[in-house]
Design a protein around this ligand. Structure first.
Ligand SMILES: [Zn+2]
Ligand SMILES: [Zn+2]
Length: 250
């Protein structure tokens, strides 16, 4: 078992929002995790922050677990899973937050599994022309990318500074044009759409050094490689990077 996959204990904690299953040590938490928001104090919200109904003994106040704002029951009635805050059960959320959480469910149900199952890439370090065929996967605790070939690398997700997805566009008349899609542009990469992910540029910091290392991943061109699987892995990585930036920005 490698360093990144050493067993890490979890504990059950109770917050005003509900039961959460969190790592025993904060350092072991998932890079995709979000902190619980502070709740808007009761005295600061006499009315529902959505429909403006006045709160009283009959119209009770509820806090959205994702944004911490105050709502009436009608505007905050949905209970939706919120794995990014480690809630064990679905929790009460406002309409806006429920929508975001529902979209994230797809990441947790499907794309996270795709990342953990891994895919094969040809990987080049730095600006080197030499590449090595490697199996790439996300560790079970979501904190490392493991690369296995003749060499072995463990890249800590927290040390990744940029993720760029290399795509192949199929614009009519312009076949096979390679473009770098910056993550900050929100171009949507789909598995079956007209842009297909064919590679990825990662930049990350090696612990103990301030220098950035670049790694280039290219989906295999040979018959043995599963291009569709690699494209799905890259699309999942694209989504993961977005979540990662959100978690860092909070
Ligand atoms: Zn309301
Ligand atoms: Zn909300």
């Amino acid at each position: 078992m490698s360093r990144g996959e050493a067993l890490e204990g979890k504990k059950l904690v109770r917050s005003p929002s509900g039961l959460r299953m969190v790592p025993e040590h904060r350092a072991a938490r998932s890079p995709f995790e979000l902190d619980e928001p502070p709740w808007v104090p009761d005295k600061e919200c006499p009315r529902c922050m959505q429909c403006e109904t006045k709160f009283d003994f009959i119209t009770r106040k509820h806090h959205c677990r994702r944004c911490g704002k105050c709502f009436c029951d009608k505007c905050c009635s949905k209970k939706v899973p919120l794995p990014r805050m480690c809630f064990v059960d679905p929790v009460r959320q406002c309409a806006e937050c429920a929508l975001i959480s529902q979209k994230e469910t797809e990441f947790y149900d499907k794309q996270l599994k795709v990342l953990m199952n891994g895919a094969i890439f040809s990987v080049a370090l730095g600006t080197s022309e030499k590449s090595e065929t490697m199996a790439c996967r996300l560790s079970n605790n979501q904190r490392y990318l493991f690369l296995d070939g003749d060499s072995h690398y463990e890249i800590e997700i927290a040390q990744i500074s940029t993720v760029q997805i290399l795509t192949e566009g199929f614009t009519p008349g312009e076949k096979d044009i390679h473009t770098y899609t910056s993550l900050l542009e929100s171009q949507h990469i789909t598995e079956g759409g007209n842009t297909r992910a064919t590679g990825m540029l990662l930049k990350y910091k090696v612990p103990g050094s301030e220098e950035l290392v670049q790694m280039k991943f290219t989906a295999g061109e040979d018959v043995n490689s599963n291009k569709k699987l690699s494209a799905a892995w890259l699309a999942a990585m694209h989504k993961a990077a977005k979540l990662l930036y959100e978690s860092r920005d909070q």
